[in-house]
Design a protein around this ligand. Structure first.
Ligand code: O2Y
Ligand code: MN
Length: 602
């Protein structure tokens, strides 16, 4: 077997050596590349992929590339994603469960000889700052050079991760596009195997197997698979939280800074919030992370968050100088674009970029785009992969090994009615209920219908690696351990309420700082809030509307009937977790129900 460096020279970690040798024997690649994570390695692989026609170098953005995927490999695939715990109840009703022994048998047959004719890449990667004791090391074995490039951007990858690992155990992840090449067979531009797609997690042995897809969260195993599904199990066992949350720093014009974590279902504007450009003078936002937060209780009893990732895998459509100027500046160079459209002068374009489509666009399908087709030129889930360091408002705290202290946690869904612009919970447990109640219209980030209302508690439904009933209990237990005076306050936000004409009532984007300002004032005890049956609401005049000419009342309109329906629906959903659903949370729901029933008397 041909190696780029001798295995024993690359690592002394015996567990790692043994695991790699076993995977070579199973997958039978034609060569093995042990990644060092250097810039030279990245450039060499990018050049090879360019020569093969997979990557197209962009003329307007230095060191940037465009590629497009197989049309059947464009998003996460929840129907092919499995949690293989010993007992089905431990995976919970929200996950697809498979018996671990049966799944292993199936995987062994899928992976047998699956890398024939291909190079096997071994990618050690660290999730979290290298100096942090909260960080975890994973090793991904893959036959996709696209995955290597993305992992280099999204994680601390290569020699640095090996150094952090030493001789300790690691989280193994085996990935293959599932398309071996026979002798002389010409490769396709985007090899994959959609019919045999499986993304399997083994929470008890903490391992990941992914077969058949080369795209995003299915293939970049550090992200959704390790940092959420496996880490959520580690967090439950070890007393911390692995969450689908962005993290931002918010600085008051007078200089005081707080940190906020926020969970939104996939592609609901989380990246835009994480990189917000405030419309209120003097306020500053810094981005710590746009997708995932690992939160531990510090010695002082406060909740501290690190971002386990090093890059952004952001949704391109809708990103513009108006909606997210910081993202637009971030992606000016050293960026990979997947499934956007390509302009004739070799730049990228997507719907909502803020300029009309130029003539002669190549669509995400790699063919000339026909504007009359009424089909989008860029796939709705097309992405940019870029280092977080390139973000003009990247927080220096991104590298803080201790993380940042979280003062407020936000849960936001896409709701055209019912949920007010902002709402503060009465208590930690009430806040956990707000998180468990999160419901949103579906988006293009996952395969399936868009625009349907679905429950997505804590925005974790596709990402919790164990029974969500137990997950809610874990959140309640974390609340008991947090020092009451320092526990973050919990909020629900909704940027997406619409009026009778179907138009959004709230301008969103940079104006969301007006809501963040109110939250800042609440957590720093600068303002009173009003009482309502559903939680604390801003008092009249306490949301700063300066230079904004909109009526605020419709954003806070509450209707008893709608809320009675909401409670009934939540009760049905909560009951779906059976005996695993914590009684304390059902009590919270019943208290809410009583307050709503008494509403007219209030
Ligand atoms: O992983 C994908 O294929 C797209 S989904 C995604 C990507 C980056 C960040 N978040 C998500 C998500 O679905 O939440
Ligand atoms: Mn996400």
């Amino acid at each position: 077997m041909e190696f780029n460096v001798p295995l024993a020279q690359w690592t002394k970690n015996r567990l790692l050596i043994q695991w790699i040798e076993e995977q070579i024997a199973l997958c039978q690649p034609s060569s093995v590349h042990l990644c060092d994570g250097s810039a030279e390695e990245y450039d060499r692989i990018a050049h090879q992929m360019t020569a093969a026609g997979v990557l197209v170098p962009l003329k307007k953005r230095p060191a940037s590339y465009w590629c497009h995927t197989n049309p059947d490999d464009v998003a996460r695939v929840e129907e092919s994603t499995f949690i293989c715990s010993k007992h089905a109840e431990d995976a919970g009703p929200q996950n697809h469960w498979r018996d671990p022994a049966e799944m292993k048998k199936k995987l062994l047959s899928l992976f047998a000889r699956c890398m024939r004719g291909r190079t096997m890449y071994v990618i050690p990667y660290c999730m979290g700052p290298l100096a942090s004791s909260y960080s975890r090391v994973g090793v991904e074995i893959t036959d996709s050079p696209y995955v290597v490039l993305n992992m280099k951007i999204m994680t601390r990858m290569g020699q640095v991760a090996l150094d952090h690992l030493g001789d300790q155990p690691f989280i193994p992840g085996l990935h293959s596009v599932g398309h071996p090449l026979s002798k002389g067979e010409k490769d396709t531009l985007w090899p994959c195997n959609p019919k045999e797609r499986v993304i399997a997690h083994f929470p008890e042995e903490k391992s990941i197997y992914s077969f058949g897809s080369g795209y995003g969260g299915n293939a970049l195993l550090g992200k959704k698979c390790l940092a959420l599904r496996i880490a959520s199990v580690l967090g439950k066992n070890e007393g911390w939280l692995a969450e689908h949350m962005m993290i931002l720093g918010l600085t008051h014009p007078a200089g005081q800074k707080i940190y906020i974590a926020a969970a939104f279902p996939s592609a609901c504007g989380k990246t835009n919030l994480a990189m917000l450009t405030p419309t209120l003078p003097g306020w500053k936002v810094e981005c710590v992370g746009d997708d995932i937060a690992w939160m531990h209780i510090g010695d002082d009893g406060r909740l501290y968050a690190i971002n386990p990732e090093a890059g952004f895998f952001g949704v391109a459509p809708g990103t513009s100088m108006k909606t997210n100027p910081n993202a637009m500046r971030t992606i000016e160079h050293d960026t990979l674009f997947t499934n956007t459209a390509l302009t004739p002068d070799k730049d990228v374009w997507w719907e909502g970029i803020g300029s009309p489509p130029p003539a002669h666009l190549t669509s995400w399908l790699g063919v000339m785009w026909d504007p009359a087709s009424r089909k989008p030129a860029a796939h709705p889930n097309s992405r940019f992969t870029v280092s977080a360091k390139q973000c003009p408002i990247a927080s220096p705290a991104m590298e803080d090994p201790c993380g940042v202290p979280i003062a407020a946690i936000l849960f936001g869904g896409r709701r055209n009615r019912v949920m007010p612009l902002v709402l503060e919970s009465f208590s930690w447990n009430h806040g956990v209920m707000l998180g468990a109640s999160l419901t949103s219209e579906t988006t293009a980030a996952a395969k399936g219908k868009t625009g349907e209302l679905r429950h997505d508690p804590f925005a974790m439904l596709p990402f919790c690696g164990y029974n969500m009933g137990d997950y809610f209990s874990h959140w309640l237990a974390m609340g008991r351990r947090l020092q009451k005076a320092h526990a973050p306050r919990i909020y629900s936000v909704n940027w997406f309420r619409t009026g009778d004409d179907g138009k959004f009532l709230w301008p969103g984007f940079g104006d969301n700082v007006r809501v963040l300002k109110w939250i800042f004032e609440r957590v720093t005890d600068r303002c009173e809030a009003g009482l309502s049956p559903i939680g604390h609401l801003p008092m009249m005049g306490s949301i700063d509307l300066s230079n904004l000419n909109i009526p605020i009342e419709p954003l806070f309109e509450l209707h008893q009937k709608e809320w009675m329906n909401e409670v009934q629906e939540l009760q049905r959903f909560f009951e779906s977790f059976g005996s695993r659903f914590p009684k304390a949370l059902m009590d919270e729901l019943h208290q809410l129900e009583q307050r709503i029933n008494r509403w007219q008397d209030d």
